[in-house]
Design a protein around this ligand. Sequence first.
Ligand SMILES: [Zn+2]
Length: 93
Amino acid sequence: MTTIKTTCAACGDVELSSDELTLELAPAMATGRYGFVCPFCTVTQQRPANERVVAILLAIGVAYSVSDDIVSELEIKEFVDSLDDWLGEISAA
Ligand SMILES: [Zn+2]
């Protein structure tokens, strides 16, 4: 069984096996977030997963689902950038 090291906000480093993690992916994106229940304090933790983390979690066999309600920081940045472009076009007209 592959184990992965991650961090609990309260306990610090924890080691989990692939079946103790869940992964939620944003549609059409290679990013998302993963969740796990800390084995020490039993609090559910959520962490953002970038492309590298997603690739690792999928490679070790973590179960995943696709969720519509994930808005990543990248998406927010792209939205703000496009808004800036739009405002630039408006003021230039
Ligand atoms: Zn903990």
